[in-house]
Design a protein around this ligand. Sequence first.
Ligand code: SAM
Length: 258
Amino acid sequence: MDSQLPPLVPGTLYLVATPIGNLEDITLRALRTLRECDVVAAEDTRRTGQLLKYFGISRPILSCYRFNEARRSEELLERLGRGEKIALVTDAGSPGISDPGERVVRAARRAGRRVECVPGPCALVAALTASGLPATEFHFIGFLPVKSGQRRRLLESLLPVAGTLVFYESPWRIEKLLGELAELLPDSTVVLARELTKKFEEILRGTPAELLARAQQRPLKGEMVVLVSRAATSRGPAEETEIDGVEAVNPNLAVGSH
Ligand code: SAM
């Protein structure tokens, strides 16, 4: 089959989405791109090394993370200029969404290099589609600033915005976010999508205060997406859904876990 597909194009930066937990979620095209590229640029070389090893792929890996992405972008541009085929992967999900992929893509586009997307898993899309909240209009905020004043100002600026709000949040700050939402949007419906596609996948729904009480009772761990809706159709009796997760092929290799 593979031999009938067109080969990778020299001088192209391929944005390869990788699983957010369940290794079975990798696409056939992602595997072929990783197998056929000249080099893999990765946010975490150890983690990507594990992923490649799991799929029996052996390619050189270059590190490209938040603190070296400016310098590394230059090197990647030079390599693309020499006709290399580069696969860019981040720790999990779609490169370019709240991770170092964005800057590299911008640099490549500015330099007139070819950029191709190899789409696949994305935590934002997985959470939004499973949430049951309105998805016709949604606003992706990503990670909020860490500093309280900046967070507050950003959250306040979102009050008039219609549609479902989608945040990425760390387990260390989840109670803080739920507290802020309880103050600013007490009547909203919040869905907290945790450890998606992993063994302990869980989707919780409630008002900000209900979920805060829940988090204070039993700390919420792992990776999570927080979705907030003010639409009347989202409301209803406080409801909580726990979903049995689909077990990862090998939970130790779950690339979405920290
Ligand atoms: N580019 C990736 C994407 O869009 O899929 C996201 C990268 S960002 C650095 C990582 C954040 O994505 C986590 O802090 C969490 O908010 C979210 N995330 C990643 N994997 C997840 C999972 N399995 N379940 C829930 N949220 C996840």
